[in-house]
Ligand binder design. Structure first.
Ligand SMILES: [Zn+2]
Ligand SMILES: [Zn+2]
Length: 271
């Protein structure tokens, strides 16, 4: 039996780790792109303006609220695992290395599918205002928006973790790799700057990977570009924004045009 103290300790530890992970990933990129190298990177800014500080603070506040929800789910799953209700295995020798790699890939691909479909459902008008609207208060998102959800949406977002733990044998390290990958990709999606090279959205392989522009356009235009890691579901179902590649290349072309005169242009927008 797990004691209340142990549960509290587990919850506190999980929330601390998740908060640090968020602060490191979002914090470093925010400092780099929005403060330290603001002038240098401005030419890569997808929307040529910066959000007000109050929007950034709102994104941070909701992200920490989401982390509190993630921690509660993680603690519940920890308890269920201890009682043998999940398929989590801790002995590496229980499964092969090939299976471990397969489980990480399966986690990422299934999460990509889960995200696309739950995201589309959350855009359904009767539920949109109560679940997903908070995330869309950021029309020009920063890395801090990565977890800026209504608590109900936070619950849906983290839902993939219990699903995976019940669905197939999975090692805690496979979950950890997924956690780091999804945090990194989420933060890049909300970065607000496009750093991938010109031609990326048309490349034979690279076009299947989503970009910062892709999710930035979702925040700006709302009813297109629903995908997370990959551009598979949006392509299959025709929900990519028709101007996606044009907007992506526009940022890249503008970047070139602005070289040399960037200082003056940035000055217009610098706060
Ligand atoms: Zn959305
Ligand atoms: Zn978003």
């Amino acid at each position: 039996m797990i004691s209340v103290q142990e549960l509290f300790f587990k919850y506190f530890r999980t929330v601390t780790i998740l908060s640090l992970r968020y602060l490191v990933f979002a914090g470093i990129l925010f400092l780099l792109f929005y403060i330290w190298k603001k002038r240098h990177f401005f030419r890569f800014k997808i929307q040529q303006k910066y959000p007000d500080n109050k929007h950034v603070l709102r994104e941070m506040g909701y992200s920490f609220l989401s982390i509190a929800v993630f921690g509660a789910v993680a603690t519940t799953m920890f308890t269920l695992r201890k009682h043998g209700y999940t398929q989590v295995y801790t002995n590496f020798s229980d499964h092969s290395v090939a299976y471990f790699i397969f489980s990480v890939i399966a986690f990422v691909l299934l999460h990509d599918m889960y995200f696309y479909w739950t995201h589309r459902i959350m855009h359904w008008k009767p539920i949109y205002p109560y679940v997903h609207k908070i995330h869309h208060l950021s029309t020009n998102p920063t890395p801090w928006a990565a977890f800026a959800f209504h608590p109900l949406e936070a619950l849906i977002e983290v839902g993939i973790v219990p699903i995976m733990m019940f669905l197939m044998p999975i090692h805690p390290y496979a979950i950890l790799i997924w956690v780091l990958y999804q945090t990194g990709m989420n933060v890049i999606g909300h970065l607000g700057f496009e750093m991938y090279p010109s031609g990326f959205t048309n490349g034979f392989i690279s076009k299947w990977n989503n970009t910062s522009t892709h999710h930035n356009m979702h925040h700006k235009h709302v009813t297109s570009n629903y995908g997370l890691y990959f551009n598979i579901w949006d392509r299959l179902l025709g929900t990519n924004h028709p101007e996606y590649t044009k907007q992506f290349e526009g940022t890249k072309t503008r970047s070139k045009e602005m070289e040399g005169e960037a200082g003056e242009v940035i000055g217009t927008f610098a706060k």
